[in-house]
Design a protein around this ligand. Structure first.
Ligand SMILES: Cc1cc2nc3c(=O)[nH]c(=O)nc-3n(C[C@H](O)[C@H](O)[C@H](O)COP(=O)(O)OP(=O)(O)OC[C@H]3O[C@@H](n4cnc5c(N)ncnc54)[C@H](O)[C@@H]3O)c2cc1C
Length: 434
């Protein structure tokens, strides 16, 4: 086999794992190139803990060059793929454009926040899909509560201390669960007028965590309500305005904080490729291969991977699947290069773990339902094991959190204009130039 080039676009769960596996199997035969806008892998499931001031942002990142020395990192964002010429076109962080030729391509570009056609959402809501948004939210919560404590205007105080989270999937549920604890910790130490933070969690579905086991929903619902979260199921937003939101039941809520967690859609790069898609995800076969293009593979959130355990369905957009699909893609790419046998992707769901902050969690490892501190411990243990690096630093932050009060300062370095909801690059804070 002559030395050829494998280009992996996107270094998230799927891309990182594909690069790691290929580094072990084909590195002597092929050059492995990783194209990603950042020089780190982001462990997204711990992002709510960054927004809640438990983890410092670098804790949830893992250096790509430090942990994948066999792969060549190219910093940049792909903006087009020429399938005939076998070239990926990209823009680097300084705005320069270039091309990257490939023999084999693995697309793992993930997903971005899903917008709904609701007036005012794009302007007034902020998403929760990347590190800049988590940093923004952490600062925003502190800032709103500090401003609320020092205003003489009762209405303004109420609006600034009201936080509305839309979408009660695992992201919205964790944001609200951690958010209440964080806001309470901030207000306990803020001088000025007494501020009582109010958190609302809305979902059009009849229960929180609608995509997970009902027992997990019940646990999460009980914890949220105990903390005073105003959980509104069967409810959505009709309109977002500068100073508040109008709910679909006619109620108007004054707030400066609309946190949009209604789900994700595949990265727009996929739609621009002119290949068949299924609900925006690139269609692949059971070997994660794009039909008609034996040299192109795709996996993770961006790919519609047939779920062999549930015929007729596609695998859900979860880290659990993306991680394993990255491994399968690497195996099948190696087979494409003449090394080993290809294998179809098949994974039986092993349950889910939701961190509810404090010592609380809701989990069902191997479908055994757990709640309370045991679920909390299992969830944190799971994340520590699943992270491909930085485990000691994460554990150290957890220990510090248990021993010390949270640091309630806002650096104000990521402002609302830097994190628009409608973006194809949630991993990057928008700068005035771009
Ligand atoms: C807050 C939050 C919490 C979550 N918690 C859980 C959980 O507890 N359990 C679970 O199973 N799942 C969870 N998920 C879902 C899970 O994170 C995703 O399903 C998973 O990240 C998908 O992996 P991926 O590799 O497809 O995409 P990602 O991990 O998002 O990686 C995509 C990569 O592609 C890069 N990229 C994007 N566009 C381009 C481009 N044009 N060119 C080059 N690179 C590009 C990105 O920078 C990124 O590095 C959570 C998601 C969020 C947002």
């Amino acid at each position: 086999m002559s030395r050829s080039r494998i280009v992996i676009v996107g270094a998230g769960f799927a891309g990182y794992q594909a690069a790691r596996s290929l580094s072990r199997t084909v590195r002597k035969h092929a050059e492995i190139v990783l194209l990603n806008p950042t020089d780190y892998f982001l462990y997204l499931p711990l992002l709510p803990q960054v927004a809640a001031g438990i983890l410092e942002p670098r804790r949830v990142t893992v250096s790509l060059t430090g942990t994948l020395p066999q792969a060549r990192l190219v910093l940049g964002e792909a903006d087009g793929v020429d399938l005939d010429a076998r070239r990926v076109h990209y823009t680097d962080p300084e705005g320069n454009t270039a091309d990257l030729g490939y023999d084999t391509l693995i697309l793992c570009v993930g997903s971005v926040s899903r917008l709904l056609p609701i007036p005012g959402i794009a302007e007034h809501a902020r998403g929760f899909r990347g590190l800049p948004e988590a940093l923004y939210l952490r600062d925003h919560i502190v800032r709103q509560l500090e401003l609320a404590a020092h205003t003489e205007d009762e209405d303004e105080r109420r609006a600034r201390s009201t936080f509305v989270v839309v979408g009660a999937g695992y992201t919205g549920t964790e944001v609200a669960a951690h958010g209440t604890l964080f806001a309470d910790a901030v207000t306990r130490r803020t001088r000025g007028r007494r501020v009582t933070p109010r958190w609302m969690l809305l979902d059009i579905a009849p229960r929180v965590l609608p995509e997970l086991d009902e027992r997990l929903s019940r646990t999460a619902d009980a914890v949220l309500r105990r903390r005073g979260v105003d959980v509104r199921t069967g409810t959505s937003v009709k309109e977002a305005r500068r100073g508040g939101v109008l709910l679909d039941d006619g109620e108007s809520v004054d707030t400066r904080s609309l946190i949009w967690c209604v789900g994700v859609r595949p990265d727009p790069l996929v739609a621009d490729m002119g290949l068949p898609t299924e609900r925006g995800r690139l269609v692949v076969d059971r070997y994660l291969n794009v039909p008609g293009h034996p040299e192109v593979f795709a996996c993770g959130d961006a790919a519609a991977v047939p779920d062999l355990t549930k015929p007729g369905e596609f695998t859900p957009m979860t880290a659990q699947h993306a991680w394993r699909q990255g491994k399968t893609a690497a195996r099948n790419v190696a087979a494409h290069h003449g090394l080993g046998e290809r294998r179809p992707y098949e994974h039986h769901d092993r349950g889910f773990a939701v961190d509810l902050g404090g010592v609380q969690g809701a989990a069902n490892p191997f479908h055994v339902p757990l709640s309370g501190p045991l679920a909390g411990a299992v969830t944190r243990g799971y994340h520590l094991l699943a992270m491909p690096g930085n485990r000691i630093r994460v554990a150290a932050d957890w220990l510090l959190e248990a021993a010390l009060p949270r640091q309630a300062v806002q650096l104000g370095m990521v402002r609302s204009g830097s994190v628009p909801l409608d973006t194809a690059s949630p991993e990057l804070a928008r700068t005035p130039r771009s």
